[in-house]
Design a protein around this ligand. Sequence first.
Ligand code: THU
Length: 185
Amino acid sequence: MAKLIDSMKRFFDPLHYPPEGEEFDDGAELLRASPGVRQFGHTFRTVQLPSAQEPDKPLPLDEGASALLALAQEIRGNAYAKYSGFHVGAALLTASGKVYLGVNVENASYPNGCCAERSAVSAAITAGEREFTAIAVCGEPASVPCYPCGMCRQVLAEFGGPDFPVILADGIYPLRSMLPYAFTL
Ligand code: THU
């Protein structure tokens, strides 16, 4: 019973329980043996995780990348960001040399909002494009890199290869550095 109580305390307050330096039976055996308790999940204080690797440094912006970024910044003004107040613009360059623009489009039902990157991809695909050369993304303020969210990274990976350039305020990132091990079917 004492073990069970310990486990429950630790589950509900894993950061502060057990108190520093106090002898503690982690109750793992008990948890393993009791599916009813285990279903709540538990944390093991003893687990050591390796530290994450530094991500790749971006390449410096060149003239073309800066021009695409300027378009992303310009279209950002059209963002519909009624709920977050965070305006984002994206400019997607295709192999045919055209640029498709996108902004974030939010919704009262928050999860229905769409990011600028995916708006740009939708515009390009709708126009019949399939080959993308680079994307530039501009958030707020324009001088701070607006890293694409995980969902957008996966969407970009659908059309761009691992070297697909993602142009942000602080440089050019190969997509692979943002989304290693992209999901594929
Ligand atoms: N957002 C984008 O449009 N692109 C990004 O790269 C990050 C986030 C939008 C989604 C939402 O409308 C707002 O920024 C705040 O999360």
